[in-house]
Design a protein around this ligand. Structure first.
Ligand code: ASP
Length: 305
């Protein structure tokens, strides 16, 4: 179902989390976002759908190892990886979410399979079984553990998250939003969640309306930050509502960040409207991103030193 405002223009943005980006992380996260964006843009330029583009870009970010997603995911209280992802199709409003998944390296692809199924959400061991049944790549959970994260987990004493973990501005969750030639929007978000999280903890990322949202009549949004506060703000949907109310994406993104004040939440988002305008906004020290608005002549990316 193509949107009637389809103009044949493409646009896309990706993020690699809004957090306290250390100086030695600045280039790797920016370049990782840029590489993922280029993969997504290639899909769109070839006439591919926005769903294909966000899936391809997020897969790249999941493989990268720099981010809290896929190969680089934080470890939970047991020193294990468990992943969450969500995807939404702005044309049909179909959604797919997976959470607390172990042994699936590309949970964004699993979320896509759920989106294409008669279900909306699959969690836990059942999600891995769903992956096996639907031909999505699986692995043995221990092979997902990044040595950097193992060292971090050991250095923090292992076990549960420290008190006040959220104020340490952890998060390098990843996400993507895209507008294809047919005028269709899509969004996807993928994460390893918070460091030392209790088994089964799920943040905002896979929740439609909180961590991910797309509707051709408003916007595509992917968020990152303190999940426990993004969820009650229903932040992605609130941001899209600002576009539906008449704001262009850049202004809507800024206004959405102002909404975080109510809960003193730290977060960031990427937002793409159906005209191909992009909003990038955060209230953390920095956000990793790369973007190509419909009128772009070159990629916009950050952070930079
Ligand atoms: N929002 C994610 C979560 O709470 C974390 C992040 O954005 O890095 O699980």
């Amino acid at each position: 179902m193509a949107d009637r405002r389809a103009s044949g223009r493409i646009a896309m943005a990706v993020h690699g989390g809004a957090f306290n980006i250390a100086p030695d992380e600045v280039d790797p996260v920016r370049l990782g976002c840029r590489a993922a964006l280029e993969i997504g843009l290639e899909v769109l330029r070839g006439g591919g759908s926005s769903l294909d583009a966000v899936e391809a870009a997020v897969r790249s970010l999941e493989s990268n190892g720099e981010f809290d997603a896929g190969a680089g995911a934080f470890l939970d209280e047991d020193g294990e990886v468990s992943l969450d992802a969500g995807m939404m199709d702005g044309a049909t409003l179909a959604t797919g979410s997976v959470a607390a998944v172990q042994g699936v390296p590309h949970v964004v692809t699993l979320a896509r399979r759920v989106l294409e199924s008669e279900y909306a959400v699959i969690v836990g061991p059942g999600a891995r079984r769903f992956a096996e049944r639907h031909g999505v790549e699986t692995c043995e959970p221990p092979t997902q553990i990044h040595p950097r994260e193992k060292a971090r987990w050991l250095a923090s004493g292992g076990g549960q998250a420290e008190a006040g973990w959220a104020t340490k501005l952890f998060g390098d969750t990843v996400g993507a939003v895209a507008l294809d030639r047919d005028g269709n929007l899509a969004a996807a978000t993928s994460t390893g969640g918070s460091p030392g999280k209790p088994k089964g903890r799920v943040g905002d990322s896979p929740f439609v309306g909180a961590g991910v949202f797309a509707d051709n009549h408003s916007a595509a949004v992917s968020t990152t930050g303190h999940g426990e506060l993004i969820i009650p703000l229903v932040w992605a949907k609130e941001a899209a509502n600002l576009v539906a109310g008449g704001l262009a994406a850049p202004e809507a993104a800024k206004a959405a960040v102002a909404l975080l004040k109510r809960l003193d939440a730290r977060a960031g988002l990427i937002l793409l409207d159906s005209e191909g305008r992009i909003g990038l906004a955060w209230n953390t020290p920095a956000m990793a991103y790369a973007a190509w608005p419909a009128d772009a002549t070159e990629i916009v990316d950050g952070p930079r030193r």
